[in-house]
Design a protein around this ligand. Structure first.
Ligand code: PMP
Length: 487
């Protein structure tokens, strides 16, 4: 019984009266009936405790029911819930001033929305109005939302409907150095690198471990020093993927475009990271074509990548626009767009109205989230615990044939599962589910993702500890062992 309602009755209502998404997705064979949450923990109605490493898809940023967020919401609820911003009330102004201080110049103007899809819809509209161009480029495997407009940006068949969604959106090859046609052992900015052999032009084959051994071999394209070798390796894969973007620009869109959208690290796509410099070079090409560059920080923002507050900072770029949601409100419905005064001026020619965007309770909540990130040091937790997790997971990758790749930054982590390391064929859905269910049965909730559903996603509330990480590592190790024993 849960609030007087049986599990069976909830499932009946889910089938008959809830949205198709709710009907289809219970995520597990036996649904998890949640009773309560606190920080990194969830309890089900039978009193079982779960370590939540998925955080409602990277949404619960500072912890379930964080006491300070709850206090901020409660305080605001006592005073005022709503204004539609037709009257002037402090919370929106306090929050916008605070949020803007986290961005580099010239990102100065904030628009508050209620979700990530809404933020991306707005970003598409603003980019088109500002540039006078229509076409938008995104990366394959990306997820930018489910509204008909944002669905055009999204590049994952599972989330597409057979309608003319998001006209003018073209998806280009994702620079995925593990699964894509070109890879390399030192291509991405992560505490762990792929073990995939380097695909440098001379055909030299070096694994990450062999790299230092080969570093003095002058026949190898990775000559002289380790650093130069690394640089060379980065350039080769990156050049190939940038070449693909150039080809898309030459063949699939008009000569002038409106925008390029990119997640700093793909979320739904399975924590896919691009080679260092990819975004920097992509931004340059896009700007040359009259387009603006938009970073979708819905999953990667608010310190999740550990090394930086925003994911784009890890790519050494400054976007013209950034979209946010999820972690911005620690689970409270909210989204935002930040852009430059110049782009905002183009948009100011009409009236943009949003009934709930900038709601006083949402602003109070989001403001407390920013305070907590500072006070609780959550960005450092992301960096420390995230790096530890990845390094330890990489040890499991080296131990088991079915763990193909471990990647990510901070607490945005992907573990890509394969049939074997040579073919890199994705592990079957059935096998993924087997491991996934086992991990849950041992008390840990993780996510699934990747275009082929082949990647486990780990993106917990940023309050987890090293002990939690160790618990998960033991559980994950055991689940793989169980899987092997059953074979
Ligand atoms: N962008 C990214 C990167 C996302 O992960 C998501 C949601 N998964 C969205 C946009 C859409 O956000 P929402 O579900 O709040 O509309």
């Amino acid at each position: 019984e849960y609030k007087g309602m049986s599990k069976a009755r909830m499932m009946e209502i889910r089938q008959q009266n809830c949205s198709p998404m709710t009907m289809k997705v219970t995520y597990y064979k036996e649904p998890v009936f949640i009773h309560q949450g606190y920080m990194q923990w969830l309890w089900d109605v039978d009193g079982r405790r779960y370590l939540d490493l998925f955080a409602g898809v990277a949404t619960v940023s500072v912890g379930h029911c964080h006491p300070k967020v709850r206090a901020a919401a409660e305080q605001q609820m006592k005073k005022l819930w709503h204004t539609t911003n037709i009257y002037v009330y402090p919370t929106l102004h306090e929050y916008c001033e605070k949020l803007v201080s986290y961005f580099p110049d010239p990102l100065k103007v904030i628009y508050l929305t209620n979700s990530g899809s809404e933020a991306n819809d707005l970003a598409m509209l603003m980019a088109r109005l500002h540039t006078g161009n229509y076409d938008i480029i995104t990366l394959r495997g990306s997820y930018h939302g489910g509204s008909p407009q944002a669905m055009g940006l999204t590049s994952n068949a599972a989330y597409k409907y057979p309608i003319a969604n998001g006209l003018g959106c073209t998806n280009t090859m994702c620079p995925d150095v593990f699964r894509g046609p070109w890879g390399g052992s030192h291509c991405r900015d992560s505490p762990v690198q792929t073990t995939r052999e380097c695909s440098c032009a001379q055909g030299t084959k070096n694994t990450a471990m062999q790299l230092s051994v080969h570093s003095s071999n002058t026949k190898c394209c990775m000559i002289k020093s380790h650093d130069e070798a690394t640089l060379k390796c980065i350039c080769m894969a990156n050049e190939q993927y940038i070449g693909q973007l150039q080809e898309t620009l030459a063949t699939s869109v008009p000569t002038r475009i409106a925008a390029f959208f990119g997640e700093p690290i793909q979320g739904v796509g399975g924590a896919v990271q691009y080679p260092k410099n990819y975004l920097k070079q992509a931004y340059k090409l896009v700007r040359e074509r009259g387009g603006i560059c938009i970073a979708d920080e819905v999953q990667t923002g608010f310190g999740r990548t550990g090394s930086h507050f925003w994911g784009f900072q890890g790519h050494d770029v400054i976007p013209d626009m950034v979209t946010m949601a999820k972690g911005i409100g620690n689970g409270f419905p909210m989204g935002a767009v930040v852009t430059t005064p110049e782009i905002a001026a183009s948009f100011a020619k009409g009236i943009h109205f949003n009934t709930f965007g900038g709601n006083p309770v949402a602003c109070a909540v989001a403001s407390s989230v920013l305070d907590i990130i500072k006070e609780d040091g959550t960005q450092k937790v992301s960096l420390d615990v995230g790096s530890y997790l990845m390094v330890e997971l990489a040890k499991l990758r080296d131990k088991y044939e079915i763990i193909g790749d471990v990647r990510g930054k901070g607490l945005q982590i992907g573990v890509e599962m394969v049939k074997d390391k040579v073919s890199r064929d994705p592990l079957s859905h059935q096998d993924m589910v087997e491991i996934f269910e086992d991990v849950k049965d041992m008390g840990v909730l993780i996510g699934k993702g990747g275009v082929y559903g082949q990647t486990f996603r780990i993106k917990p509330p940023m309050c987890i500890t090293k002990e939690d990480a160790d618990f998960f590592l033991a559980v994950f190790n055991k689940s793989i062992q169980n899987y092997m024993e059953r074979r």
